[in-house]
Design a protein. Structure first.
Length: 342
């Protein structure tokens, strides 16, 4: 039985709470220039990019930690990844899709039914920058993480056999990507950029003891404060990766202490447990909440109260979806299937 990394729940919870706050702040741009925007921007970029990078680092770390050896288990690995992502995605997508179909009076209200294929594979959010598809819920990084999960067996082999060479090549691809319009997508959503964060997470899992090195932790804290507070004339993508890695190291260390506090541990564990349905639902609920808030906006007190209410509504809805999915997955037929994958 592997040791449970409690601090991971804290990092995952911080990422999801931050993403909600960031997207809430994004939706306030047309209300009032003086409205507070919690976790919207730092001196060298967007807080949203930091929280997403924390998510990718954590995904790479935990996947390597839980699946360090896929020899003769690739089929089971892909089945487990599918079960962890798609049943809940299909359930929530179908509800919103039928709602929109009734609203617009057509099953193919976007016009081209072929683009539903992207939704079937969970890639609609990622490719929405190029294709007007049926993207309703979730995040663009769902598509990115699915692609990284597909690549993981290859990445794992490269990691184990050619760690240094692979790290150099990935770094080279990353630097090339920053100076080329690869896939005609923003550098932050480029799969190569996402791969860097994911690969760093794998490195953290492999060299986990370095996350407890006090000199590295102090250095990471200093770097974080400098990049967050001071404008630096370096590529924003590079700076965001650096500060995200530094923040991850600090959070990993701090989490070992915070998760010993019972009330905090329960809260972060709860948020971590329902983090996936939160990612799926948060955009819809934020848009709904902000549209109502605009009617009553009188100042920042309304903004703060609205954000708190939106958090509560998201938690409730996410927990309902999580519970329904859990009951379905614990049904007799699916339980037998899951046992065969263990």
């Amino acid at each position: 039985m592997k040791e449970r990394l409690k601090t991971v729940d804290l990092i995952r919870a911080v990422s999801v709470l931050g993403i909600i706050s960031y997207h809430f702040s994004c939706s306030l741009t047309d209300i009032n220039s003086g409205a507070i925007k919690p976790f919207y921007q730092f001196s060298n970029g967007s807080w949203g990019d930091i929280f997403v990078t924390l998510f990718f680092i954590l995904s790479g770390m935990m996947l390597f930690y839980n699946e360090p050896n896929l020899q003769n288990k690739t089929g089971k690995y892909f089945c487990k990844r599918f079960i962890s992502i798609f049943p809940m995605f299909y359930f929530t997508f179908l509800i919103m899709y039928l709602k929109n179909a009734l609203k617009y009076g057509s099953f193919f209200y976007k016009g081209n039914p072929i683009t539903l294929v992207l939704s079937f594979f969970g890639m609609d959010g990622y490719f929405n920058y190029r294709i007007d598809d049926y993207y309703i819920l979730g995040e663009w990084f769902l598509g990115a993480i699915i692609m990284l999960y597909i690549l993981y067996p290859v990445l794992l082999k490269l990691f184990k056999k050619y760690l240094i060479l692979s790290s150099i090549i990935i770094t080279g691809l990353y630097l090339w990507m920053l100076n080329a319009d690869v896939f005609m997508i923003s550098s932050w959503r480029n799969l190569i950029s996402c791969l860097v964060s994911f690969w760093v997470g794998m490195l953290f899992a492999y060299y986990k003891q370095t996350l407890y090195n006090k000199k590295i932790i102090i250095f990471s804290l200093i770097i974080s404060l400098i990049i967050l507070l001071e404008k630096i004339p370096i590529n924003q993508n590079i700076l965001t990766h650096i500060v995200s890695i530094a923040i991850f190291i600090v959070l990993y260390f701090v989490g070992n202490y915070l998760m010993e506090i019972k009330i905090l541990s329960k809260f972060f564990t709860f948020v971590s447990k329902i983090s996936y349905p939160i990612y799926l639902l948060q955009h819809i609920i934020i848009i709904f909440g902000v549209n109502h808030m605009k009617k009553y906006y009188t100042g920042n007190i309304v903004v703060v109260i609205s954000l708190i209410l939106i958090y509560i509504i998201i938690f409730i809805c996410a927990y309902i979806v999580y519970s329904i999915n859990k009951k379905v997955m614990n049904s007799k037929i699916l339980t037998n299937c899951n046992n065969k994958l263990k």
